[in-house]
Write a protein that binds this ligand. Structure first.
Ligand code: SF4
Length: 213
């Protein structure tokens, strides 16, 4: 029996989706994108992957930069900023994905899920278990270890399914004003204060003027 592989989902879309599903849809379905200070600094952070400071932290490992990643099983495609291959006593190499972020740890799980998705791809591509990775925070030059727990793996798999469902539905979800809106580069296009409120009003009107029993 010939089973078609699932439509590929971009690893970076998982990060977008966990930040806000509407933002993910506006970006990926409607091709809307606006840079702000956060997105520009995020792009610049990846350019720091060649920093000499980083090489010190990676001492003793074989380094691959901008490594293309895929998982046929999960239908995932993307790229790792850096993968450190650490030699084991038995001669095998264990890959450890390292992602570059400019700022401090975010309040949401989006960065950890993005890293975990990279690990799932590496596990399928190389056929070894990838137990952990790291996020390098460029501003503080701190490296934060991320362990790929069962809970994080499940969240990552669920997010892949949710992003795929969003893409197949081909519909932009309604706005909902939330803390993420403050730093969102699509705020001026989305206008959650208006679009979110009008939907709330629609719902209130619908309830007020609904036919009685
Ligand atoms: S402004 Fe808020 S609701 Fe709109 S896309 Fe950004 S995070 Fe989502």
């Amino acid at each position: 029996m010939n089973i078609d592989p699932p439509d590929p989902v971009s690893i970076s879309a998982l990060n977008d989706f966990l930040y806000c599903n509407r933002r993910c849809a506006l970006h990926r379905l409607d091709a809307l994108w606006v840079d702000n200070a956060w997105t520009v600094s995020g792009t610049l952070a990846h350019e720091h992957a060649d920093d000499p400071g980083y090489r010190q932290t990676a001492e003793g490992a074989r380094i691959e930069r901008a490594l293309p990643l895929f998982s046929q099983k999960l239908g995932l495609v993307g790229k790792a900023d850096i993968v450190e291959f650490r030699a084991q006593a038995d001669g095998r190499e264990i890959p450890l994905p390292v992602d570059y972020k400019l700022g401090k740890r975010k309040k949401w799980d989006n960065d950890d899920v993005q890293l975990c998705a990279q690990a799932l791809c590496l596990e399928e591509m190389i056929g070894v278990s990838v137990p952990k990775g790291a996020i390098f925070h460029v501003k503080t030059k701190r490296r934060r270890e991320v362990v790929f727990t069962e809970a994080l793996r499940k969240l990552t798999m669920d997010t892949i399914d949710n992003v795929r469902a969003l893409m197949l539905a081909d519909t932009v979800p309604p706005a909902a004003l939330k803390p993420q809106c403050d730093g969102c580069s699509l705020h001026s296009l989305c206008v959650p204060e208006l679009t979110g409120r009008s939907r709330a009003l629609d719902a209130a009107y619908a309830e007020l003027f609904a036919p009685g029993p």
